[in-house]
Ligand binder design. Sequence first.
Ligand code: FES
Length: 260
Amino acid sequence: MCETTSTPKFATGDRAILPEGASTIPIYVMGKMYEVPETLTIMKAMEFAGFRFLRGAGCRGGICGACPTVFRKAGDYKLHYGLACQTVVEPNMYLAQIPFFPANRASYDIEEMSGLADAIHALYPELFRCVSCNLCTKACPMDVDVLGYISALKQGNIEKAARLSFDCIQCGLCASRCMGEIPQYHIAQLARRVFARYIQPQAEHLKSRVTEIEAGKYDQMLDEMSGMSKDDLEKTYVDREREPDMVEPGSWMPQDRQYL
Ligand code: FES
C-alpha cells in the first residue's frame, strides 16, 4: 500500500505546499499521530506526513476506486467511509486504508451466457445470503444504492441492477462490511456486462463505426500518427479542426470529413 519516507519540511508536487497561514491538525495513520495541514485530502495529508503510495492510489480524481478508506473520529463510535483522494482530513481522524478487499470473483465468458438471471444466480449463489442490513449502502463512498441493486438481482431485474450500480467504482468497501460475505461490486459488474451485451439495444452508429475500424478505414491514419515525432504530433493536435464551444447541436461539421 504505502511506505514512509522521512517527513518533508515542505511538500512538493502532488503533495501540495502548505498554504500560508494554514494550521495543522492531528490525524492517526495505522495508530500513529501525524500533524498535517487541515486543507489536504487524506491522500495528500498522508504524503505530507511522509507516506509514499505504491498501491492504493490511481486516478486521484474519485474514479478508479483504488483508495477506499475507513475512519473513525475521536469521540464518535461510528465508522465512516471515504475515498482518500476526495475526503478532506478532520482533526483526530483514525484512518485505515483498504486498497484491496479479498472478495470472490466468478469466472465466466460473457459470450457464452444464457438464462441471464439464472446464470448470475448460479455464478454468485451467495446473493441469497443477503439479509438486507444495508451496511453495504452505508459504506459506499459513491452513494450507490447497493442493497437496491442486490435486491433487484435477487428478483432477476438485471436492467435495474445495472442502472443502480452505474456509479460503482469497484472500491470493495461494500463487500468489506457484508455479513453475508457477498462480493456486491463484482456481481454488479457482471450485471452491467450482461445488460450491455444482451439487453441494451445496440447503437447502430457504433456498430457501423466498429465495422469500419475492423475493415481498416483508419489504419493508414493511425500508422502515420504512430510514426510522427512528438512535436509533429503536438502540432497536429493543436491545429485540428475543433467544434466551437458555443454551437447549436447538430449544426457544425468539420471541413475534412475523410474519416467520418
Ligand atoms: S485514487 Fe482513484 S478514486 Fe482515489
